[in-house]
Design a protein around this ligand. Structure first.
Ligand SMILES: [Zn+2]
Length: 228
């Protein structure tokens, strides 16, 4: 028997507590593109996106395709006195590892390969799950953890680092920009668009108070007993 205790949700879904100053307030009906702000601290509480789910799905599928391309073709090539070498993003991390820069290699792999893959994959699952008539519970779990993947996904930081290194190395070697370099720049903007078009509140609203909620109503006085 588990010992989970769940709070009782308020039936009125328009009630919201400001995450900055805790003021309880009622959200108005918003037209697409409009936003609601807290009257006390002016924090934006919700911006209603236009056709959020479909647009996010389109941008996420695009990002997934670009991600696959960006990690399978060379990012950079160098020619020094007749010798030529090229590498992919993962290849670059491998080079760092074998040259004694293990910590940097792990960071590159985490922030430029693993986190973006999780960010795109989880978003795809969330949007596809939310498209169903009754979004399953795992959509909520993914939605709760998705901001973490966004925090660690830093392709743009890696790209800035690559640019700085390119400028510095240009005097000594001929740099051949690979296809992945351009694809990664497009991916940076696609990921930003994906986040901007996503409306997490809309998805939360679509998630029913799932099975646990139904069972809770059966036994309202026994909140502490096994619910899972
Ligand atoms: Zn506030």
């Amino acid at each position: 028997m588990s010992s989970h205790i769940y709070n009782r949700p308020v039936a009125d879904a328009s009630l919201i507590g400001c995450p900055h100053c805790d003021l309880l307030q009622r959200l108005p009906e918003l037209a697409p593109g409009a936003s609601a702000r807290c009257p006390r601290c002016n924090k934006e509480l919700w911006r209603r996106r236009e056709d959020s789910l479909n647009r996010t799905l389109a941008l996420t599928v695009g990002a997934a395709l670009l991600y696959v391309v960006a990690n399978s073709v060379p990012m950079l090539g160098l020619t020094i006195v007749g010798r030529e070498a090229s590498t992919t993003v993962i290849g670059g991390a491998e080079h760092l590892w074998s040259n004694g820069q293990q910590l940097v290699a792990v960071l590159v792999l985490l922030t430029a390969v693993i986190a973006p893959a999780l960010q795109i994959g989880m978003m795809l699952a969330i949007v596809l799950g939310a498209h169903r008539e009754h979004p399953p519970r795992w959509v909520g779990t993914l939605l709760r953890h998705h901001p973490t993947t966004r925090t660690w996904s830093m392709i743009e930081v890696m790209m800035l680092g690559v640019l700085v290194a390119l400028v510095k190395i240009a005097d000594y070697a001929t740099v051949i920009p690979g296809v992945a370099l351009f694809v990664l720049w497009v991916l940076v903007f696609l990921l930003a668009g994906m986040q901007a078009s996503f409306d997490s509140r809309e998805v939360w609203e679509r998630i029913q108070w799932a099975e646990a909620g139904a069972r809770r109503e059966v036994a309202p006085g026994r909140m502490a007993e096994g619910l899972s």
